[in-house]
Design a protein. Structure first.
Length: 604
């Protein structure tokens, strides 16, 4: 019992209250803070005295002298930019307003760069942080005054943060200062760089949302505020300007209206919402938006939306009254021409189908007649465009809509060149099969609607296949063409099906088939679908190109053989019966030989 009591007494003697340490630590911290504050204040007073001495030494008319002194000022104020030194000096106690502005202009123009920092930028932020505010000089009777805000905005490389910081200094929103040289105003700058709060304050002080340039003759080079906001994707500012009466049909120096800019900025979704706001406006105070306004190339908003392949935007414009037949002034292309001249390899892409369907369905809803056979400045119709761009599905739709086949002129080699060349930029192994299959598909579409290909058409196709390497260089029986005897390839080819829904025909089976047998099992569209799945070609490794050309050979064999027989008959002056000609032009000839027979006719 006594032992337990003793132990308790010992514990009592050695225990302590931790709260004593907390109080002691708190006191020490307070003392340190007070000491630090005294030190900081002392240092700041020394720096302030240093600034005053520097100011007396400056020749303010000498840029070199100002630059020398700027660096001394910069090193003196560098710590004042730190959060631990919140008490920046009142610069008016040291400098005259004109002197501060000169330093700000120098900071903007020269930046005073070193290896790691931009001292000019830091100086601007220091002045803003100090609470310095610009005041309109008493001797300035008008708003014409070039400020650091103008100088920053006119730089090739603008620091957006500097613009915001300078507006903290030049915050007299009842005065919209105008650059004496360009006519650019503070309000223009705020709109261009998306400073919504600054724009709001200007508007609250009675600023006109349209704000014409303040210098005679400057209107041609200074865009309206709404245009500046839209061109820089500042949609919140653009919306604010609309709410305050900005001209919905304002025109930029490049001839662009707000709606044209919205269409130019596709696919930025906010521009669609803004365009919808423009078009849905029913306020009688404002002029209706000119939906068919043209840019300098004569393109309308609908042309731009279609060039961007934007189905939603196109539908919006058509539903609000856009003209579906208006041609581009520069080249005469109608909206339908634009749809048909797109550089899209995947003709069955969902977006492509929807764009054409949307165009026609929107016109149907408005009971508008589309000029299906309109000609551009080169005399080409949309159907010719669709054929030249290898868009068989588009060809079908145009023919369904009544495109004239009786007067159809097959595109020239030059017209096809643009499509073939753009496809080759993709550098995809299966591009040749895609081009070959699409070519056969568009010819097939035309033939089904009554068009009879002419020899000149066949020669055009032969030249294209030869020029772009869509033909095997030697007959299948040649030793160099026995790539398909590779046992490793055979195993891989047996696992690749030519059709997703038909396991009975593998790539290996196709390779073994004669061309006429292959034609019974696969259409050009089947080859195209196969070509679109580029993953099918992965296992073929080094044989991919050879296999691709082999399929090009098979799918176009019937076309070239039929024309080669006809051309051979002409070359022999029709001295041989057609059956004999067919025997001579047999399966031992490669497509390259068949094309040469066709081309030989042109050389006679």
């Amino acid at each position: 019992m006594s032992s337990t009591s003793t132990s308790s007494d010992d514990d009592s003697d050695t225990s302590y209250d931790s709260s004593d340490d907390d109080e002691s630590s708190s006191c020490l911290s307070t003392e340190r803070d007070a000491y630090d504050s005294v030190i900081v204040d002392y240092i700041n007073r020394q720096k302030l005295d240093g600034l005053k001495r520097l100011r007396e030494e400056v020749d303010w008319e000498s840029k070199k002298e100002r630059a020398r002194v700027f660096w001394q000022i910069y090193f003196l104020i560098s710590d004042w930019n730190e959060p631990r030194c919140p008490n920046t000096p009142n610069l008016r106690d040291v400098f005259q307003p004109a002197e501060i502005e000169r330093l700000l202009v120098d900071a903007v123009k020269d930046r005073f760069r070193d290896k790691k920092n931009y001292p000019g930028n830091r100086f601007i932020r220091f002045v803003a942080r100090s609470g310095y505010k610009d005041e309109r000089p008493a001797e300035l009777p008008s708003s014409r005054r070039t400020t650091p805000v103008h100088h920053e905005a006119k730089r090739e490389s603008v620091d957006r943060r500097n613009i915001a910081e300078l507006f903290k200094i030049y915050d007299g929103f009842d005065i919209n200062y105008v650059d004496e040289e360009s006519g650019l105003t503070h309000f223009h700058v705020a709109c261009q760089f998306g400073l919504r709060e600054v724009v709001q304050k200007f508007l609250e002080h009675g600023q006109d949302a349209n704000c014409l340039p303040g210098v005679a003759g400057a209107a041609a080079s200074i865009d309206p505020p709404l245009i500046l906001a839209l061109d820089n994707y500042e949609m919140a500012v653009a919306q604010l300007l609309l709410e305050h009466g900005a001209d919905r049909n304002a025109v930029s120096a490049e001839g662009l209206t707000p709606l044209l800019i919205s269409c130019k900025n596709i696919p930025y979704m906010a521009t669609y919402n803004f365009a919808k706001t423009l078009l849905d406006n029913d306020d009688e105070r404002y002029e209706l938006v000119r939906i068919d306004a043209r840019d300098k190339s004569g393109r309308t908003p609908l042309h731009l939306a279609l060039l961007s392949q934007d189905e939603i935007f196109s539908k919006l414009l058509l539903s609000r009254g856009a003209d579906p037949n208006l041609p581009v002034t520069e080249n005469g292309s109608t909206p339908l021409h634009i749809i048909c001249k797109r550089d899209v390899d995947d003709i069955r892409d969902e977006t492509e189908n929807c764009l054409l369907d949307t165009f026609f369905s929107s016109c149907d809803e408005r009971k508008l007649t589309v000029l299906i056979d309109a000609k551009d400045n080169e005399g080409r119709t949309p159907l010719q465009m669709a054929v030249a761009n290898l868009l068989p599905q588009v060809v079908d739709v145009l023919l369904d809509r009544g495109a004239d086949v009786s007067n159809f002129v097959f595109p020239t080699e030059a017209h096809f060149d643009a499509r073939f060349q753009s496809s080759y930029r993709d550098q995809i192994d299966n591009v040749k099969l895609r081009l070959a299959s699409c070519t056969m598909m568009v010819i097939e579409c035309l033939e089904k609607r009554g068009y009879e290909p002419k020899r000149a058409d066949a020669l055009t196709v032969a030249k294209l296949f030869t020029k772009y390497g869509l033909l095997e260089k030697s007959p299948p029986s040649s030793p160099e063409n026995r790539w398909y005897d590779d046992p490793n390839l055979a195993e891989k080819a047996k696992e690749i099906m030519m059709k997703e829904d038909d396991p009975s025909l593998s790539l290996y089976d196709l390779i073994q088939l004669r061309p006429e047998e292959a034609a019974k099992k696969l259409t050009p569209a089947d080859y195209f679908e196969f070509a679109m799945d580029i993953f099918d070609f992965d296992p073929l490794s080094e044989h991919t190109k050879a296999c691709t050309l082999h399929m090009c050979e098979k799918l176009s064999r019937g076309f070239f053989r039929a024309w080669a027989v006809e051309c051979f008959m002409e070359l022999t002056r029709y001295q041989l019966p057609i059956e004999c000609c067919k025997i001579i032009v047999d399966d031992s000839l490669a497509n390259r030989d068949l094309c040469n027979v066709c081309l030989a006719v042109t050389n006679e």
